[in-house]
Design a protein around this ligand. Sequence first.
Ligand SMILES: [Zn+2]
Length: 116
Amino acid sequence: MDIFDNTILCNKCNVKMQKAKFVKNRFLFRAMVCPKCNKKLIHPVDEQEYNKFINLRNKEFNVKMRLVGNSYAVSIPKEIVSFMSEQEKIMDNMVRLCFEEMGRVSLNFGKIKKEI
Ligand SMILES: [Zn+2]
């Protein structure tokens, strides 16, 4: 059972809080919101996952580039890919690659969630 399946009262208004979902940095959060004062409680599990993401996001990896046939291959650290697949649950083996600007190539895994 999820903790958010319990009745949670706003400690300010003493009103029953309602389930809500919101997106921040393409991250989906479950929350409880007070209908009176709009106070928000973020699901602790989602908050933990988000903090993990923030830590990973700022981490820099030095990876080698090697020539494979007519292409260059780089290895993407496993911790990034496994974190993304945990979150998205839609990982396939196709990744969209884009030459964004000089000195920068971006990789797009999975579907982009729209900001709410
Ligand atoms: Zn309230």
